[in-house]
Design a binder for this molecule. Structure first.
Ligand SMILES: C[S@@+](CC[C@H](N)C(=O)[O-])C[C@H]1O[C@@H](n2cnc3c(N)ncnc32)[C@H](O)[C@@H]1O
Length: 226
């Protein structure tokens, strides 16, 4: 049995006793479009994929099943979400999907624990997190990517973004206003700011992929060492 999530992190519902799996309606709309946008960074690759703010865990479990050569590491700050991720993980019984870690991007020196010290972090995913958190979360995300990527690492973001200070659609402007009303430190981020932040941590934005519902996938690649 799954339980719907209407608003991430705010409905406060405990998981049902029999099963902690949560079901996000947005996942059913964005799962395939996101896969089409990011699959070239995953298929045929090896190493680890770390997802920050995995939410229900549905993206991780779906994409891990399609990429058996990668080791998937979901994570979330919320115990409720980690319980859901783990319940999805157990029901899928995939050899390459690891238990969720507790990673809080408000922590400057956050770290990821792989199977061993040599495990290469190939891809870092962060979907729909940067607008629902303070800017510090973006700063810490890119700083952590800069610290932990080897050569060839990619950071893939999905969500709504402004372009040069302008919303890409009236619905994004309304969404931004609603976020800021809930928390003045939240809000739709500007691609220019995010790209400048990436550059400070040796990451170059290599692609901007238009997505349904006025969202974008932003692709950042680790710059070669000077
Ligand atoms: C809108 S949900 C997106 C979930 C999932 N990525 C998706 O797209 O379906 C935002 C997620 O970010 C997590 N989150 C919020 N603040 C965070 C932080 N400081 N560090 C890590 N995760 C955080 C929340 O617990 C929630 O699961």
């Amino acid at each position: 049995m799954t339980r719907p999530v209407f608003e991430f992190g705010t409905n406060g519902l405990p998981p049902p006793e029999s099963d902690g799996r949560l079901d996000a309606p947005a996942f059913h709309r964005n799962c395939e479009p996101i896969w089409q946008a990011i699959k070239s960074f995953l298929i045929g690759k090896t190493g680890a994929v770390l997802e920050i703010g995995s939410g229900t865990g549905q993206h991780a479990v779906t994409y891990a099943a399609r990429t058996p050569d990668l080791t998937w590491w979901p994570s979330d700050i919320s115990p409720l979400h980690r319980a859901s991720i783990d319940a999805w993980r157990q029901s899928a019984a995939l050899a390459n999907l690891r238990p969720p870690q507790s990673i809080d991007l408000m922590t400057a020196d956050w770290n990821w624990r792989g199977d061993n010290d040599c495990e290469n972090l190939a891809v870092l995913l962060c979907f729909n997190v940067l607008h629902i958190a303070p800017w510090r979360v973006a700063e810490n995300l890119f700083a952590g990517a800069g610290r932990q990527f080897g050569e060839g690492g990619h950071l893939l973001l999905y969500g709504p973004y402004k372009r040069d200070g302008v919303h890409t659609a009236p619905s994004n402007a309304a969404f931004d206003a609603s976020l800021r009303a809930r928390n003045p430190d939240w809000g739709v981020r500007d691609m220019t700011d995010v790209t400048a932040l990436a550059q400070r941590h040796r990451l170059t934005r290599t692609d901007i992929i238009d997505m349904p519902a006025n969202n974008l996938v932003l692709v950042f690649a680790r710059e070669p060492a000077a």
